[in-house]
Write a protein that binds this ligand. Structure first.
Ligand code: BGC
Length: 776
């Protein structure tokens, strides 16, 4: 009964919100019909750096947007020294390492509340681009190298913000993976790779969370600026995925504005002083842009504008302490414990003397530089927070390095001295501000020389070394073997120092998992040869093989694999079950596994499900993440976790038919705790309902005719027309010769038979065979 009531409530709410959407569209359409051409064009660009234009005579309001994504950066114009203080949450690479969409949603709700309190209608985020290389300057602002993980975290985040009546702007669409030449560079990516790797996080979020806006990227995609790319904006975002909201340009991303209107770019930001509004008017007058198209664009834009303004709540006051606490909780779930020899962590309460080393312990790096940089309401540092939590321990401090991480022998000597006199030394290292920023890419994957030297020197004198890393993306660890523990704390936001103290002392049991592969060396990465591109063309030659997809295929041992992360407890996986051993891809397929906490403390585990196709039609990654779930378990507790598979989980994108396809055959479902630790396996025989139906042409290859539905007969006819023989090979020699002939002919387009069969294969034969092969 309760379920039915909830269902009814849910249904009523969605009917109501659908009715409201329709209402805003109706109102928007009516307003557009009352506008002059100039007024319509004026709405297609902003009024200021952050707001849209109002039209007083029609009662059209202006709306305000601001960065994003992990806090509010509301300021006048482009002067950010005075942006309003707001809670600085962990940046995206940290957040994704929580593998917890519900937590992302909670964080989104808080961001929505802060937006309401500051009269902000749209928060510019989240950033869901894929990490093509660990060197990407904005990797700290992006979630993952995997589209499913990025997509699910994005859905949580967007739902959270938008539940507060504040819109989001999911960015930067599309294939925006380097900062070098970011405003002009062309990301040259094949259609399959776009659809399998660079689109799905956006797609999932559009379909499941409907961000009010999507921000197009600066770069070109296959030669065409994203801001005027009809394939990206009209075809994919609007028509294929059904985006209801509007598309806004990244700040200054517009090239030819009228082309943009036609392609589906609704709003140009920031204000361009009427420059482009005039161009739109001229284009309509000249007839190169249809007024009907402009009307559609302005209607979409207005529908969201009206909704955004209506959703504003007056009198919201932010509870800063509560949000700081939430930021600490989120950050705690993001920390990834990479190494913990001899269970050195959590720190024993019996410890008398611990050396804290490294500036970052007192002056943490907690966010990245660029447009996402917010002014925090407060900053917690790990040194002070540790002292509060571990009262019986005496902590010494040595700064260890200078701001930019240069080697400073005197500082290293002081740190070494402190470490000698302590039972444990905790070194805080990572990347200084200047190493990671919007606007440029990293030169290498290394920590500053001073940090590496410091860790090496301190681990010479003390065996109990814990390294805490504060950085936004993967780094190399030449000192890995010489230290007992490594905690990747990422850029944990303003309360990150508190979260580190929580994890080090065991108040919080770490449960983060890497959302990106940590390579051993830059040379091992798929883009090592050409990243960032500096000649205007970023050729995505590695295709679908980014991140773990590449490392797995090449059997390269990473430093730490995707999905990896330790806990203070242990988990046992067992009893994988499928509701079916053989099914159509469209059937209900449910996989369940049991996971037990086999240790002594409560903990959270991320159960990861990957799919492996046994015999592929075209090259595919070894395993691909399709589902995951984070669960909490008390010591000794066991839970069953179930995953519902969808046909998309088995599919690959076939560019020949511009659609998803599945080859019938066996698929292994692998479940475990990281991409390289998948102890459970269940094989399912899938009968495809999505076979790629590629029409055969006169240029199709001989071997492709073998796969045609009535293949045996057609294939036989082809061989016969070429050899002129109608008899089946019988002797061993005849069989060998037939096989040889088949291998030789396999890759030959059939029209070549016209030339090479000595007249035996005729145009009539070809037409007849084509007709037969393309039947049904
Ligand atoms: C960035 C966007 C940001 C915008 C507004 C651009 O330079 O690429 O991510 O939202 O500026 O600050």
């Amino acid at each position: 009964m309760k379920k039915i009531i909830l269902l009814l409530i849910g249904l009523t709410a969605s009917v109501q919100s659908f009715a409201q959407e329709v209402d805003y569209r109706v109102k928007a359409k009516k307003l557009v019909s009352q506008m002059t051409l100039e007024e319509k064009a004026s709405l297609c660009s902003g009024e200021t750096a952050w707001s849209t234009k109002p039209i007083a005579r029609l009662g059209i309001p202006s709306i305000f947007m601001t960065d994003g994504p992990h806090g509010l950066r509301k300021a006048e114009g482009f002067d950010f020294t005075n942006s309003v203080p707001s809670t600085c949450f962990p940046t995206a690479s940290a957040l994704a390492s929580s593998w917890n969409p519900a937590l992302a949603q909670k964080m989104g709700e808080a961001l929505g509340i802060e937006s309401q309190a500051n009269d902000v209608q749209i928060l510019l985020g989240p950033g869901v681009n894929m990490k093509r290389s660990p060197l990407g300057g904005r990797n700290f602002e992006y979630f993952s190298e995997d589209p499913v993980l990025a997509g699910k975290i994005a859905v949580g985040f967007i739902n959270g913000v938008q539940s507060q009546g504040v819109g989001t702007s999911m960015k930067h669409f599309a294939a925006n993976s380097q900062e070098t030449e970011r405003m002009s560079n062309s990301s040259n990516v094949d259609e399959r790779t776009l659809n399998e790797i660079y689109f799905p996080a956006f797609e999932m979020a559009v379909k499941e969370a409907q961000p009010w806006t999507v921000m197009c990227s600066y770069n070109r995609v296959n030669g065409v600026y994203a801001s005027e790319n009809p394939y990206l904006l009209n075809q994919i975002l609007k028509e294929k995925w059904g985006l209801k909201g509007f598309v806004v340009s990244d700040w200054g991303a517009v090239n030819e504005r009228p082309l943009g209107v036609d392609a589906g770019l609704h709003l140009e930001m920031p204000a361009s002083g009427g420059f482009n509004d005039k161009k739109i008017v001229e284009a309509v007058k000249k007839g190169t842009l249809s007024e009907a198209r402009l009307d559609e664009i302005v209607t979409d834009l207005l529908a969201i504008t009206l909704k955004a303004k209506d959703s504003h709540k007056k009198g919201i006051v932010v509870n800063k302490e509560k949000h700081n606490e939430l930021a600490r909780q989120v950050s705690g779930e993001c920390i990834v414990l990479l190494k913990n020899d001899n269970a050195i962590l959590p720190l024993k309460s019996s410890l008398k003397k611990v050396a804290i080393i490294g500036n970052f312990a007192k002056t943490p790096r907690y966010q990245g530089a660029g447009s996402s940089q917010v002014r925090p309401t407060q900053i917690l540092n790990a040194f002070d927070e540790l002292k509060k939590l571990a009262k019986g321990t005496e902590f010494s401090f040595a700064s260890g390095y200078n701001i930019e991480g240069e080697t400073d022998e005197a500082k290293i000597a002081e740190a070494v001295q402190n470490a000698k006199n302590s039972e444990v030394a905790i070194i805080f290292a990572g990347l200084p501000d200047s190493y990671e920023s919007e606007g440029y890419d990293r030169n290498n994957m290394d920590l500053p020389a001073g940090h590496n030297k410091l860790i090496a020197a301190v681990s010479e004198v003390n065996k109990n070394i814990v390294v805490v890393l504060l950085n936004g993306a993967a780094v190399t660890m030449p000192w890995k073997k010489g230290v007992s523990a490594i905690a990747e704390a990422y850029l944990g936001g303003q309360a990150g120092g508190g979260a580190i103290a929580d994890v080090l002392t065991g108040k919080v049991n770490p449960s983060g998992k890497l959302s990106e592969t940590f390579p051993m060396r830059l040379e091992d990465t798929p883009t090592a040869m050409d990243f960032p591109s500096k000649d205007g063309n970023a050729n995505y030659g590695e295709g679908i093989y980014i991140g773990y997809r590449y490392f797995d295929k090449k059997k390269i041992e990473p430093n730490f694999p995707f999905g990896y992360g330790l806990s203070y407890t242990t988990f046992a996986y067992s009893d994988i079950k499928s509701n079916t051993a053989s099914a159509k891809d469209s059937d209900d397929i449910t996989i369940s596994v049991k996971v037990k906490n086999t240790g002594k403390v409560a903990g959270k585990e991320v159960i990861q499900l990957y799919v492996h196709e046994q015999e592929t039609e075209i090259a595919r990654p070894e395993n691909e993440l399709k589902h995951f779930e984070k669960i909490a378990l008390l010591p000794g507790e066991e839970k069953t976790v179930s995953f519902k598979l969808t046909s998309r989980d088995f599919a690959y994108f076939n560019p020949k038919v511009h659609d998803w396809a599945i080859k019938s055959g066996k698929f292994d479902i692998l479940v475990g705790s990281s991409s390289r630790d998948l102890p459970l396996k269940q094989t399912i025989d899938i009968q495809s309902t999505k076979t790629a139906k590629v029409a055969l042409t006169r240029e199709s290859l001989f071997k492709e005719f073998k796969k045609a539905p009535n293949s045996q007969e057609i294939y036989g006819q082809l061989v016969q027309s070429f050899t002129g023989e109608n008899k089946k090979p019988e002797t061993e020699d005849e069989k060998k010769a037939a096989l040889f002939l088949e291998a030789m002919l396999a890759d030959m387009p059939i029209n070549k038979f016209l030339l090479l069969s000595g007249g035996k294969f005729t145009e009539e034969n070809l037409q007849a065979i084509l007709k037969a092969a393309n039947q049904n």
